[in-house]
Design a binder for this molecule. Structure first.
Ligand code: G3P
Ligand code: MG
Length: 258
């Protein structure tokens, strides 16, 4: 049974903005996710040169732009010169690497909820958590529900907690470690996020007993999504926005997404 105090957020979340509908971590991707009916989007944020956060999954621009090299070696204006759309499809030529500020502002404008994933190598993790949390608090203000910051980096989450303690946090892991309770408690987390193939009914019960929500990534098969929801998962992240639709829960007579 969904507990809205434990999980006040959307339950089916588009991965990297628009999933497979558009180039990841771009403004057009966010718009495509919204147009597909998704009220909640996950995207990845890391620091460019001079500490400006931008949307980017990898530490280098190689895979998702027409450039080469480390994100941190370019400032936001230099990143804006790169083409972040053509690798995905000709119709996306000219799409930019967005700043976090522009993506967060678009979410606010469109009324979208965000799961903001903090990406950082350890040396930059504290700065990443601090800077992104401060900007998120400023742009999202009193949005309800508040955006959810998540990270594999406990350093980043701790820094976010220091500067914006009221912004909810989720600890990202692949498979939950034995001490996930202590780790999430230290970081004041609201949720634990893990790979969907690590989820069991027992894990869901234990996470709920700890007062946390459980989010599973990346669930691209609708049948698997329904199994997870029947087990009581709080939320899933998906690339397949047409197959694992935002209204899947309502379609199956379960509680509708927020
Ligand atoms: O937050 C869930 C998921 O996005 C984590 O994996 O590599 O796609 O950022 P990744
Ligand atoms: Mg991510």
């Amino acid at each position: 049974m969904l507990n809205k105090t434990r999980w006040p957020f959307p339950r089916i979340i588009a991965h990297r903005g628009g999933g497979t509908l558009g180039p990841e971590n771009t403004l057009v991707g966010l718009r495509l996710g919204a147009a597909a009916g998704f009220g909640g989007l996950e995207f990845d944020v890391r620091l460019a040169r001079h500490g400006v956060p931008v949307l980017m999954h990898d530490a280098t621009v190689d895979r998702t732009t027409d450039g080469r090299g480390a994100v941190v070696d370019r400032d936001a204006a230099e990143l804006r010169q790169l083409d972040a759309g053509s690798w995905f499809g000709n119709e996306f030529v000219g799409e930019h690497v967005p700043t976090f500020d522009s993506a967060a502002t678009l979410c606010r404008t469109l009324g979208l909820w965000a799961n903001i994933e903090l990406k950082a190598e350890e040396a930059a993790a504290a700065d990443t958590g601090r800077i992104v949390a401060q900007q998120a608090a400023r742009v999202f203000g009193d949005a309800s529900p508040a955006p959810l910051l998540s990270s594999f980096s406990e350093t980043a989450l701790a820094a976010a907690k220091d500067v914006a303690p009221d912004l909810p946090r989720g600890l990202l892991v692949e498979t939950p470690p034995a001490d996930w309770r202590a780790r999430t408690q230290t970081l004041g987390c609201r949720s634990l996020h893990c790979r969907h193939d690590a989820v069991t009914p027992e894990l869901i019960a234990a996470v709920h007993d700890a007062g946390l929500g459980l989010l599973a990534y990346t669930v691209n098969d609708p049948g698997r999504a329904m199994v997870l929801f029947e087990w009581g998962i709080d939320a899933i992240v998906t690339d397949e926005l047409k197959a694992v639709r935002a209204d899947l829960l309502a379609q199956y007579g379960l509680e509708p997404p927020v």
